[in-house]
Write a new protein. Structure first.
Length: 87
């Protein structure tokens, strides 16, 4: 298994509505993914601990899918926080 840290603020994007995004990632990758309970963080951080288990290829693919989700969410939030001025 492999553990990764996900910022608390992004966990909702990984889970998706009713956990659907997480279910999709598990079905596509074949890996099992567990996210630490709300309030349980990696020591000294506000990051939730995500444990990915399964066959090595499944773990690798699930990790890529999670990273992609995290990057998409961070990009989306950055663009929402950017105020565009008209010259």
């Amino acid at each position: 298994s492999k553990t990764v840290e996900i910022p608390e603020s992004i966990v909702g994007a990984i889970l998706g509505p009713n956990g659907q995004s997480l279910i999709d990632i598990q079905q596509h990758s074949g890996a099992t993914i567990q996210i630490s309970k709300k309030g349980l963080f990696a020591p000294g951080t506000k990051n939730r601990i995500v444990t990915i288990s399964g066959a090595p290829n499944s773990i690798h693919y699930a990790h890529l899918l999670i990273e992609k989700k995290v990057n998409e969410e961070e990009t989306k939030r950055r663009s929402q926080n950017t105020i565009t001025g008209i010259p």
